[in-house]
Design a protein. Structure first.
Length: 167
């Protein structure tokens, strides 16, 4: 980093597409306690072949996933913050959902259906929370997510110009 820049300024410059959502105080407390994040694309549209299709299933998926995580018990819901963001570049395979945690591999899933895949998303959250590095094979993931993995991104170690690691 050059003189006078903060870590926030550097991260913002490297990733200007990041969307920040304002949270109500109760939601902020939930985010602060969570160790993991699930992010759902709210820009994805159903693939019905109609160019003007305005149906965006992400908002409904967030609501259903939050409810399912809470009902799952065993404190799994408190361990994950669930939010939406604009486009995650999985437009050909809507709806996209990402799982990430500090020092863990990140997963991006596509073709997620709010009706058919809720139980699998909750099961993967439970599995992901139990993994030290977030790494698992495709065969060990819930069956409903089979063939829906768009990306598995290894945990990154960022190095600043001065050789100081940033995590």
């Amino acid at each position: 980093m050059s003189g006078g820049e903060t870590h926030d300024e550097t991260i913002w410059r490297l990733a200007p597409h990041i969307t920040v959502f304002a949270l109500r105080p109760a939601e902020q407390r939930m985010v602060d306690r969570s160790n993991h994040k699930i992010t759902v694309c709210v820009s994805c549209r159903h693939k019905r072949g109609e160019p003007d299709d305005q149906c965006r299933p992400g908002i409904e998926l967030i609501a259903r996933l939050r409810k399912a995580m809470t009902l799952a018990g065993d404190a799994i819901g408190a361990d994950f913050a669930i939010s939406g963001t604009v486009c995650m570049a999985g437009c050909d395979r809507p709806c996209t959902v990402a799982y990430f945690g500090s020092h863990k591999a990140t997963y991006l899933f596509g073709d997620i259906d709010a009706d058919a895949n809720i139980d699998d998303l909750v099961a993967f959250a439970r599995q992901y929370a139990s993994l030290d590095d977030g790494w698992c094979s495709s065969t060990s993931r819930p069956p409903g997510l089979s063939g829906k993995t768009l990306a598995r991104i290894p945990a990154a170690l960022l190095v600043a110009e001065a050789g100081v690691s940033v995590q």
